[in-house]
Design a protein around this ligand. Sequence first.
Ligand code: E4P
Length: 221
Amino acid sequence: MKFFIDTANVEDIKKAYKIGVLSGVTTNPSLVAKEGVKFEDRIEEILKLVPEVESVSAEVTPNAITAEEMIAEANELIKINGGDKNITIKVPMNIAGLETCRYLTKKGVKTNVTLVFTVNQALLAARAGATYVSPFLGRLDDISEDGVLLVAKIAELFRIHNLDAQIIAASVRHPDHVTRVAMAGAHIATVPYSVIEQLTKHPLTDQGLEKFAADWVKAPQ
Ligand code: E4P
């Protein structure tokens, strides 16, 4: 399973990129709004920052309701950074989003169908040609449903029917989510930097380091 970072914050992206674990970046309107910068400018900045990743998701804005409106926005987004091949257009899971997905797929543009909460939605997205589908497990857990089980079912479905779309486990809240979606067959987990940091931690690692440091001062220098 690969890691994408789920943020529009450049400092967090830089930190994750530096440790070599990053295969992509996902953003959404809420994450971009938090940054207080112009959407297109931030996407361009991110694309320039992480040239070696496979994908940087930029979502059509909530102003785009119809497929025509989504396609018009997508056609502007794909010009960013001189038509960067990594740009991935994120579209919502609805009829207009699927139509936009199909249009972009035919054009050879990568797509990420977002806000997926059922197996049927994932199947439709994959059939519309989505490069990535994003089930939001944390938000399902928030309403007492099983987000990891959804990821497992989608992974099984894609296996049975030889569907090429990659599953991005999204709305990941903690390290246990990461372990469980990796075991469930997600291709990618998109996580905030705080979760990447938590993944490096274990109390015995800290204790081990403290012991090495304590022993080292006793060694002849
Ligand atoms: C994924 O692409 C989304 O940006 C994200 O994972 C949403 O997570 P949230 O439920 O924490 O907002």
